[in-house]
Design a protein around this ligand. Structure first.
Ligand code: IVH
Length: 671
């Protein structure tokens, strides 16, 4: 009897894993999902519930294990089966042709072909699969020995935890883990919001995310993976590099779709040069192309030097830099009052676009780099995305350049600027500064906050300048009549905006928290806080200790929250938002408040920490049901001291058995 229920669960677990893997592959490797996110989440939730009831069914390669697991003390080292070499570089077409001459010189009279593929700018990884299961992931390290980062790599969704077909006993796959330009920009936005230093480029972001002792952090970073080769294998039949790539793709790996096979070097060179131009169109950064001799047997005969194979070479793109002239440094005031200097220069073509400005971050940086107005400057794009001033060129100065200093007064409202202790930033302290108000309104209305379409910069400028809006709460007092009197506002657009404003009242609490623009409180913190505390009133009354007790909420966020809510002006704005009918409840919290929905419990034996009635009340509060007798429909039997026959019955039916501690965990508040 017991076996049967367990067997049934085991069968369902396997079925769910196959399905989840298939959808995961469709979504992250093929980029062509066939089910909704909700349906996918439901399958993962069912699998997680089954694994919780039958912990012995959990395996390291179960899709539920992608979340990260517990932080570790340090990394252990991982010896590579064969050394992870690096590539020799070719700068320019001539050096590629030299490479070809060397290759053909060593293979006289033989036919040769090359595969050319993008050189991904990420972090080299080694992935070991035993009998088709992902068992070890490692960094390159010194080439002989790397660091074991298996739990971190498990969180990368495009990495298959199990191979798809005819898995060999042992295969070590090599590839590049990276972060897309888009994920990199979003991550940096989040970091700046949280007061953390941004990453310089996607490669650093990928490396920083993978080399985390806490894989839970890695799981929150959008990392991706392309594989490009096999380091060591028993039983992989491929005669060429392009066949290896096909084999890898058939096993469920993501390979780069831009690879091409060429019979002669001229076409290979052309292909490299084409990508030198087109590279900025890709959603990820590449720093060159890799040219590889296709035949594995020929590769073998050519062999390697100590550092790199003789059969492959990296065609490196020249770094994208441009020289221009710095015309002026503008100072803008952000939502939190921070003054940010921006370099405005003569237009230059850079990494696929025309660029005219770049942030200079703060005064210290301008001083450090000795950047003066009128200077010739070198500009580039960090990770092909973010324009930056690399350096000035003092050797070209004429003497007419001027040293820049930050203004003593806010360039918008004239208030004296202040520099807070331990901060590099200069601030406008006036909370009614029109610049701050405009930015606060734009943030409040932005897509991921209250999502009020139509409340864009042009409208916000007018509303603030005409004195129609003095805080975000005033947004909810705007009428069609009032809006219609503004420039570029017909009756139709006015009605639309009012409709959007009305609709925004229903947004979830998590968005409202984010929309308030509290320092260090980003979208993620908004979600976590809404989920944990449920209502805005509750959130306004919690202590700093209660805040820091929430996972992911650190002292910086907690202090900032308290300071924000302690400010009478902010409290007044919130009261007005509430009176206007803005929703201050969390729907996620409501769902999270019933985590035991549909679960049937049976209690037996004496509990020590709470009475059976109390336990039953708590279970019901969280959406569960308490039944008196054990049946096949029972989800959990909770066993106290001196349990009766119900425990035997549970064992007989294979129902999950919990002790008081397990119950406590289930009943504990979650976020
Ligand atoms: S093949 C024997 N192919 O570039 C070395 N490497 O110095 C075989 N890389 O860190 C490397 N994209 O991780 C190869 N398509 C690609 C690549 C690639 C990026 C990285 C590699 C290593 C460096 C080579």
């Amino acid at each position: 009897m017991t076996e049967l229920k367990r067997n049934e669960a085991a069968r369902r677990v396997e079925e769910l894993r196959r399905e989840i893997e298939r959808h995961n592959y469709r979504y992250y490797v093929m980029d062509a999902p066939v089910v909704s996110d909700a349906e996918f989440d439901r399958m993962v939730a069912e699998l997680a519930a089954l694994e919780k009831a039958y912990p012995d069914l959990v395996t390291p390669s179960s899709p539920t294990q992608r979340v990260g697991g517990a932080p570790r003390e340090g990394f252990t080292s991982a010896r590579h089966f064969t050394p992870m070499l690096s590539l020799a570089n070719a700068f320019g077409a001539d050096e590629l042709r030299d490479f070809d001459r060397r290759v053909r010189g060593a293979l006289p009279g033989e036919k040769t072909a090359y595969v050319v593929e993008p050189k991904i700018d990420g972090l080299a990884v080694s992935l070991t699969y035993r009998h088709g299961e992902f068992v070890r992931g490692a960094t390159r390290g010194d080439g002989e020995t790397g660091e074991d980062i298996t739990p971190n790599l498990r969180t990368v969704r495009s990495l298959p935890l199990r191979l798809l077909r005819d898995a060999p006993p042992l295969v070590e796959v090599r590839g590049e883990a990276y972060m897309s330009k888009d994920a990199f920009m979003k991550l940096n936005e989040r970091r700046e919001e949280a007061g953390e230093p941004p990453f310089a480029n996607p490669r650093n972001a990928a490396a920083g995310s993978l080399r985390q002792l806490d894989p839970g952090i890695t799981a929150n970073r959008k990392l991706d993976l392309f594989v490009y080769g096999v380091g060591y294998a028993e039983g992989v039949a491929a005669a060429s590099h392009h066949e290896t790539l096909a084999w890898l793709a058939a096993q469920g790996f993501r390979i780069n779709e831009q690879f091409r096979l060429f019979e002669d070097i001229k076409q290979a060179v052309d292909y490299c040069l084409t990508w030198q131009q087109k590279r900025f169109d890709l959603p990820y950064t590449i720093d060159g192309m890799v040219v590889k001799l296709d035949s594995l047997e020929q590769q073998q005969r050519l062999g390697t030097t100590l550092k790199s194979p003789r059969w492959a070479i990296a065609f490196k793109f020249p770094p994208e830099e441009a020289v221009t002239t710095l015309k002026e440094i503008l100072v803008s005031v952000g939502r939190t009052g921070v003054l940010t200097p921006t370099a405005v220069f003569r237009p230059v073509h850079l990494a696929g676009t025309t660029v005219i400005r770049a942030t200079l971050h703060n005064e210290d940086l301008i001083r450090e780099k000795d950047i003066r107005i009128g200077d010739r400057i070198v500009v580039h794009k960090a990770g092909d995305v973010i324009p930056e001033v690399v350096r000035s060129m003092p050797e070209t100065r004429t003497g007419r350049e001027t040293v820049f200093t930050m203004p003593r007064n806010c360039p918008v409202c004239g208030a004296g600027t202040v520099r807070e202790e331990e901060e590099v930033a200069l601030r406008c302290p006036n909370i009614s500064c029109p610049a701050r108000l405009k930015e606060s309104l734009l943030h409040f209305a932005s897509r991921n906050a209250m999502d009020i379409r139509g409340l864009g910069r042009a409208l916000v400028e007018q509303l603030v300048e005409k004195g129609m809006v003095e805080s975000v709460a005033d947004v909810y007092t705007l009428s069609e009549d009032a809006l219609m009197r503004l420039e570029r506002m017909g009756p139709k657009s006015a009605a639309n905006v009012v409709g959007e404003i009305e609709a925004s009242k229903k947004r979830d609490l998590s968005r409202l928290i984010f929309a308030l623009g509290i320092r260090h409180v980003g979208e993620r913190a908004g979600k976590v806080l809404a989920g944990r505390f449920g209502t805005l009133e509750r959130l306004m009354s919690v202590t700093e200790e209660e805040l820091t007790a929430v996972p992911e909420i650190g002292p910086k966020i907690a202090a900032s929250m308290r300071a924000f809510f302690a400010e009478p002006q902010n409290r007044a704005v919130i009261t007005r938002l509430i009176n206007a009918g803005v929703n201050i409840k969390s729907t996620a919290a409501a769902a999270a408040a019933r985590p035991l929905a549909g679960k049937v419990f049976v209690l037996t034996g004496a509990l020590t920490g709470l009475t059976r009635d109390e336990a039953a009340a708590r279970i019901e509060l969280l959406g569960g049901r308490v039944a008196s007798g054990v049946s096949r429909r029972t989800d959990y039997v909770v066993v106290g001291e001196n349990p009766g026959s119900k425990l035997d019955k549970a064992r007989e039916l294979g129902v999950a058995v919990l002790d008081e501690n397990d119950l406590r965990t289930l009943l504990a508040p979650r976020t």
